[in-house]
Design a protein around this ligand. Structure first.
Ligand SMILES: [Zn+2]
Length: 195
């Protein structure tokens, strides 16, 4: 499968594990690929295969990232971070398998396929996941890059505090926006609008 994040694609070795209860990703790979990692305020206890407490797991998890199988199956998941052996990067748990019902799961001679009713309805593209298609993400990134490139030299030191969103659009109107009251019968002078 392929992990999609931030316009990058990373081939991943996935273990479909009916004995597992949470999606897990390799701590090492998540850091190498710079996935968005969130630290838990309180550590959650996670058991490994041999019921030993996982000392790394339970501290961090990822924001939702997209996992693609071949070119037509997309799923979006938060992953628990844990140390993994070299054989696999991601573990998908029993409830994920029940939901997506991969065909040929027990048939080692055939390649796994995702063709269940659930998958046809929910997993065919990033659009059905409620995300823009990857080309749209790339075009937004280009706009952001262009907006950042247009920031004058003297303001460049503030770039890290300008969010991507702020770089491409004005903030939404808010109740605390100031209203300008005009005098009766007057019209505002013509001038350039704020952009
Ligand atoms: Zn599916």
């Amino acid at each position: 499968m392929t992990l999609l994040y931030n316009n990058e694609e990373h081939p991943v070795r996935v273990l479909l594990d009916p004995g597992s209860s949470i999606p897990v990703i390799s701590f090492h790979k998540a850091r190498v690929w710079k996935l968005p990692i969130i630290k838990r305020p309180r550590i959650r206890t996670i058991m490994g295969f041999n019921s030993a407490v996982d000392t790394i797991g339970g501290r961090y998890y990822t924001e939702a990232v997209v996992l693609r199988h071949q070119e037509d199956h997309y799923t979006r998941l938060n992953f628990e971070l844990s140390t993994m052996d070299d054989q696999c990067d991601i573990i998908l748990p029993h409830w994920w398998l029940q939901q997506h019902e991969p065909a040929y799961f027990f048939d080692k001679t055939q390649e796994i396929k995702f063709a269940s009713d659930y998958c046809q309805k929910n997993c065919t593209s990033t659009l059905v996941l409620g995300l823009p298609p990857t080309e749209a993400i790339a075009s937004i990134q280009n706009k952001v890059d262009a907006a950042i490139a247009a920031v004058p030299e003297k303001f460049r030191e503030f770039l890290p505090i300008m969010s991507e969103e702020a770089a491409i659009r004005m903030p939404d109107h808010q109740p605390w926006d100031h209203k300008i009251d005009l005098k009766k019968g007057e019209t505002p002078p013509h001038g350039p609008s704020l952009r």
